[in-house]
Design a protein around this ligand. Structure first.
Ligand SMILES: [Zn+2]
Length: 236
């Protein structure tokens, strides 16, 4: 039966070849969603194994982040950047799930996710979500959940208001801009728990900071943060 399935797979592949979501080359048997070359090309930070890493440091003195990690670095021309771009702007949210699942295989069994009760995706601005049709961070969280078994809750943290774009502003203004943007719908349910906020890219950390502020405002909650990528210049 297995042989038959494999033959059938090869047959389907002949007419509908699966392509690497990053470089567009045909995938060979055993490869899934990205080719081996692109997979090897994803530069991993290893932050989940390094307490006190550079990413954790950007939150020091700003908010109570327990642990922080990112899968890769958001360099220009990098595979992860291409994939994230496609995931966000080319109507391909499945990439988020696949990358989350992949990152989960590295996180699984590490102290980084030990004791995490819940994965919480950073909510998108409602207008942006309507326009895009999905929240990519939700897909990443589902992928992480798939491999780690930690449940996802996308109802607890919601976005209240505010402007949707903030790429060109100074960090301080951005910080100002995101404060009070998030609110927690049921603080009792996260009281005494350890939650992990999931985002696609961490740039200055101000969005995460605002999420952490909201999550810890009225409950005794431990918060860790995780993302697919971090921009190389962590401080501005
Ligand atoms: Zn490729």
């Amino acid at each position: 039966m297995k042989v038959l399935v494999t033959v059938l797979d090869d047959f389907i592949n002949l007419f509908f070849p699966a392509l690497c979501r990053s470089c567009g080359e045909s995938l060979v048997r055993g490869e899934e969603f990205i080719c081996t070359e692109c997979l090897v090309g994803i530069k991993r930070t290893g932050y989940h194994l390094d307490r006190g890493n550079q990413l954790e440091q950007i939150f020091w003195g700003r908010c109570a982040v327990d642990r922080a990690a990112a899968f890769s670095v958001y360099n220009r021309g990098s595979c992860i950047r291409k994939l994230i771009h496609k995931m966000k702007y080319k109507d391909d949210p499945e990439i988020g799930f696949m990358l989350g699942r992949l990152y989960g295989t590295y996180l699984k069994g590490s102290s980084f996710i030990e004791g995490i009760d819940l994965l919480i995706p950073v909510p998108l601005h409602p207008a942006k979500q309507r326009q895009r049709g999905y929240n990519q961070s939700g897909y990443i969280a589902q992928g992480l959940s798939f491999t780690t078994g930690i449940p996802v809750n996308d109802k607890i943290l919601i976005r209240t208001s505010g402007s949707s774009t903030q790429t060109k502003r100074h960090r301080y203004e951005r910080w100002e801009n995101v404060q009070g943007l998030f609110t927690v719908t049921d603080s009792e349910s996260i009281n005494g728990r350890h939650v992990m906020v999931v985002d696609d890219v961490i740039t200055t950390g101000s969005t995460m900071e605002a999420c952490v502020e909201a999550l810890t405002a009225s409950s005794d909650t431990r918060v860790s943060v995780v993302a697919l990528a971090v921009t190389q210049r962590l401080t501005v």
